[in-house]
Design a protein around this ligand. Structure first.
Ligand code: SF4
Length: 430
């Protein structure tokens, strides 16, 4: 009895403390969290919030904000990811804690550049607006009194101390261009594509970034290292075997200024390396959209990158015109580009080039684009739910991917980092 009574008291005290910490499920995130959490929880909170913000971005351009369908879909996502989903109705300490901590983790990840800040703020504002509008007038008033509307300058000031934490900084760097989706290093269709098919496939089923690289390779018989990395790993992901890749690149390069001997000595090694057949045998995975968009921007003479992010809008317009996209379609794409919704612009391009009204999936990866296109064109696509992110989170907290790197090892550790530098060196030759 005594034991249960003490336990009850402790429980009541704890519940009181918790209520005090999060009196409302809607938060203004005035104070950063101070408790210690495990790296596992840190990462899972961050990934869930990133998923949530991507859903918000997607909904924000597909539906009128505040419309019934917008609200229903957003509430479903909040509920699924276990964030507070109906502000101030439920008293769920864990959901509020997750909301609080995950917001600050992403704040750290997304305060590192103006582009990232803007994207993060937009999605957080939309989330806040949705939650706030769900409150009754009385609760709105209570909430405003509680937060007192005071404002303190930005998270970026915390960065110097965070940057010295070698466990957290890599994760924060990765988060802002992290990829939440299937692992395209698993090649189910290896060897099923012939080299003769690539020209046709590049027009029908390649996303714009890869179509552009393919065209440049055919025109110039050469690609600089950023392009070779981006395109080579994509081709590997769609199923080219090592032997096919060697043949493909060699045939094209020796039509230009590289002779067969130079190709075999320099470029062939790097291709075998990217297939995990040289050096430490690290298997490299194709780049995700976030990686292409956020890292290693192209300079003069480069063709890599994401055309929706890196092309001049006028050039992009001309390119889309040359691909016979309708003027209204081009206008929609350019509008999305203007709002910095690059992946959504790519989804629109998919819809326009495949003549479908709704892409039916959330685009995160050029190889996903290819697979979905092939499924659609072969009539084998199953209807999919929006944002079925059942895959893995590719950039784990110990991943070596960073803004300046240009490949993503499947298994990452210090050795792989050294290996990455090796691969970079081989590919650095123009
Ligand atoms: Fe390529 Fe992704 Fe950009 Fe589309 S959004 S062009 S798939 S990088």
């Amino acid at each position: 009895m005594e034991f249960s009574s003490r336990a009850r008291q402790r429980h009541a005290r704890l519940a009181g403390d918790r209520r005090e910490q999060y009196p409302h499920s809607l938060q203004f995130y005035l104070e950063p969290p101070t408790e210690s959490i495990s790296l596992v929880e840190f990462e899972s909170f961050a990934v869930d919030r990133l998923r949530l913000l991507k859903v918000i971005e997607n909904l924000g351009v597909s539906h009128v904000r505040g419309s019934d369908v917008y609200k229903t879909k957003l509430e479903a996502e909040l509920r699924k990811l276990k964030f507070p989903y109906r502000a101030l109705v439920e008293d769920d300490y864990e959901a509020r804690r997750k909301d609080h901590i995950s917001h600050f983790i992403l704040r750290l990840a997304y305060c590192q550049s103006e582009d990232l800040r803007r994207w993060f703020l937009q999605q957080e504002m939309d989330l806040f607006r949705y939650r706030f509008n769900e409150l009754t007038e009385n609760l709105m008033q209570k909430f405003l009194e509680h937060v007192n509307l005071s404002f303190e300058a930005l998270t970026a000031r915390s960065l110097p101390s965070i940057q010295s934490d070698e466990r957290l900084q890599p994760l924060l760097n990765h988060l802002s261009h992290s990829y939440v989706g299937p692992d395209y290093s698993v090649q189910n269709n290896t060897g099923k594509i012939s080299l003769e098919q690539i020209d046709a496939l590049s027009v029908k089923s390649f996303p714009l970034c890869m179509r552009q690289l393919h065209r440049a390779l055919r025109d110039n018989h050469h690609l600089r290292h950023g392009g070779r990395m981006q395109y080579g790993l994509f081709l590997k992901g769609i199923g080219l075997t090592l032997e096919q890749a060697l043949e493909f690149w060699k045939k094209e390069f020796i039509r230009g200024k590289v002779d067969a001997d130079k190709f075999d000595k320099g470029y062939a090694y790097s291709i075998r390396h990217s297939y995990g057949k040289e050096g430490r045998r690290t298997d490299y995975t194709p780049y995700s959209c976030m990686k292409i968009i956020m890292s290693n921007p192209p300079s003069q003479g480069d063709y890599h990158g994401c055309p929706f992010r890196h092309s001049d809008p006028e050039l992009l317009k001309q390119k889309l015109q040359s691909y016979k996209i309708s003027p209204s379609g081009i206008a929609q794409v350019l509008e999305l580009v203007k709002g910095m919704h690059f992946q959504l612009a790519c989804q629109k391009y998919f819809e326009l080039t495949h003549d479908v009204d709704d892409i039916g999936f959330s685009l995160n990866h050029p190889n996903q684009y290819f697979i979905e296109s092939q499924k659609l064109l072969s009539g084998g696509r199953e209807p999919k739910k929006e944002f079925s992110n059942s895959g893995n989170f590719q950039q784990k907290n110990n991943s070596q991917e960073s803004i300046n790197s240009s490949s993503t090892p499947t298994s990452s550790n210090a050795k792989a980092d050294t290996e990455l530098e090796g691969l970079e060196a081989y590919f650095t030759e123009d």
